[in-house]
Ligand binder design. Structure first.
Ligand code: HEC
Length: 147
């Protein structure tokens, strides 16, 4: 009797920890609601105003590429992977269309994030990090592009 009871208890404990694990993994994969962003110093980059651009004004700009690399590491790498190599949690951004062809889609996601059925797959970044940082990251991503 005592034996079967403790057997039951350990099964319950096992089931409970499995449920906790599943919800923790689920939270990591699907509910990226609470993400803090790291401010990016873009004061060295030419001013581009507030109106949202659809083409990267910093393409090929060495300062932008350097700033973008570090901004990516602080704000995007935890989901999209170190050095832009995705581990599978989020799309691999090296395969975005390069240059003008991919700018608009990139910025759409950067500004609005990705939300479906009330779940935040990717938080919106534009309001907190700003357009300059977004284009700086894009400039760096272009240097990592893969066909
Ligand atoms: C909390 C995790 C997370 C963070 C942080 C994050 N993303 Fe994402 N991102 C995602 C996920 C998940 C998707 C796929 C969304 C979907 O399935 O609709 C995505 C999609 C994208 C896409 C579209 C990719 C495609 O192939 O269509 C772009 C562009 C993008 N992210 C850029 C960024 C940039 C730039 C940053 C940093 C400033 C960033 N993301 C930070 C999770 C994240």
């Amino acid at each position: 009797m005592a034996g079967s009871q403790s057997g039951l208890l350990s099964r319950v404990a096992l089931a409970t920890s499995a449920a906790i694990l599943a919800s923790a993994v689920g939270a990591n994969l699907y509910a990226h609601g609470n993400v803090t962003t790291q401010a990016v110093d873009t004061s060295k980059l030419p001013a581009i105003g507030d109106a949202l651009l659809t083409k990267n004004p910093y393409r090929g700009n060495a300062d932008a590429i350097r700033i973008g690399q570090s901004a990516y590491g602080q704000n995007c790498a935890r989901c999209h992977g170190l050095d832009a190599i995705s581990g599978g949690i989020a799309p691999d951004l090296r395969y975005l269309d390069k240059g003008e062809a991919g700018d608009e889609w990139y910025m759409e996601r950067y500004h609005k994030g990705a939300v479906r059925d009330g779940k935040v797959y990717m938080p919106a970044m534009g309001d907190t990090l700003g357009q300059k940082a977004g284009w700086a990251i894009r400039s760096w991503l272009d240097t990592k592009h893969q066909e």
